[in-house]
Write a protein of this length. Structure first.
Length: 86
């Protein structure tokens, strides 16, 4: 079990996370299919409201460099990236 189905996690998801996301989604653009094309629909915002742009992180990005043999890094006093072989 990775924790996604624990009772406390399920309760948080249903009672806190999903209702909050529903409020945020009202302020996000969404896409609808018209014929064979996707058309962007901008949100209708109230006075003082700002559009929300959601950025989602895919955990797979943490594993991109797991088996690499070199490391790229910036030196403290230059803008040049250096490469070290492990």
């Amino acid at each position: 079990m990775d924790g996604h189905e624990r009772p406390d996690v399920k309760e948080y998801r249903q009672k806190t996370f999903l209702p909050t996301m529903a409020l945020y989604e009202k302020r996000m653009a969404h896409w609808v299919l018209q014929g064979s094309e996707l058309v962007r629909v901008d949100p209708v915002l109230g006075l003082g409201e700002k559009r929300i742009i959601a950025l989602f992180q895919d955990e797979r990005c943490f594993h991109v460099n797991e088996y690499k043999q070199n490391i790229w890094y910036a030196t403290p006093h230059s803008q040049i990236l250096c490469c070290l072989h492990r």
